[in-house]
Design a protein around this ligand. Structure first.
Ligand SMILES: Nc1ncnc2c1ncn2[C@@H]1O[C@H](COP(=O)(O)OP(=O)(O)O)[C@@H](O)[C@H]1O
Ligand SMILES: [Mg+2]
Length: 229
């Protein structure tokens, strides 16, 4: 059994769909342990989202390996990847991607309804618990449009946690929030990491969030290196 939740070896992504080959990730070696709060920074266009989409099993690498607990997923079928993604990976995007006709409570239930492993009573209990954890227990019946931007992102975090994922991947989660709401989201990530030992990999430009990290990484020239000091 591997010490690491997640490892990538020589992870490479070349985009050829647009005609001219664009080499974005050039052999990324990366590893993350249980309970880590890792933050990844890097210039816009450096390949951070490309990397998160690959390790979130939403895209397929050109070369290299993605391992979860030592098991290689880089050549897995899309069914295997979907199944792993659904059960073990929580994703928070820059835009909340909540279902607009569903309440906050219903949105949080969605991943568990799709996974279909728990009874509805268990799902409801967990959704209530998570919405309380993110500070929204009095917003259960609100539709996304009846929530503030910060509240919507906190619903998206609760939704990401629904199936007790091994890792939460967040791509510039506070990119659209004002300072106060960004700060609340940062505190929430920090609390989830400390109290529940939740493993995070967060892409952010927010220095204050980066300062909460147990490990800091930077993406340059299609590679990731640890940022020290
Ligand atoms: N599907 C795609 N097809 C072609 N090029 C892409 C695709 N996705 C991303 N890119 C290119 O890869 C580079 C890195 O993008 P991205 O990973 O989104 O950067 P970041 O998240 O660090 O800002 C950009 O130059 C972008 O245009
Ligand atoms: Mg990006």
């Amino acid at each position: 059994m591997s010490d690491f939740i997640l490892e990538t070896k020589n992870l490479t992504r070349v985009f050829e769909e647009t005609g001219e080959a664009l080499s974005i990730l050039n052999g990324v070696d990366f590893a993350l342990k249980q309970g880590e709060f890792a933050v990844l920074t890097g210039a816009s266009g450096s390949g951070k989202s490309t990397f998160l989409n690959l390790i979130g099993l939403l895209d397929t690498p050109t070369a290299g390996e993605i391992l979860f607990y030592g098991k290689n997923f880089s050549r897995a079928t899309s069914e295997e990847k979907d199944a792993y993604h659904r059960k073990h990976i929580g994703f928070v995007f820059q835009f909340h991607h909540l279902l607009s006709e569903f309440t906050a409570f219903e949105n949080v239930c969605v991943p568990a309804r799709i996974l279909n492993e728990k009874s509805f009573a268990e799902i409801k209990d967990r959704a209530m618990y998570l919405l309380e954890t993110v500070g929204l227990k009095d917003r259960l019946k609100h539709l996304p449009r009846e929530l503030s931007g910060g509240e919507r992102q906190r619903v998206a975090v609760a939704r990401a946690l629904m199936n007790e994922p091994a890792i939460v991947l967040a791509d510039e989660p506070s990119g659209n929030l004002d300072e106060k709401n960004a700060e609340m989201l940062n505190e929430l990530f920090s609390k989830l990491n400390k109290e529940f030992n939740q493993t995070f990999l967060v892409v952010t430009h927010d220095e204050r969030l980066a300062n909460c990290a147990s490990k800091r990484y930077i993406m340059t020239h299609g590679k990731i290196s640890e940022k020290v000091g």
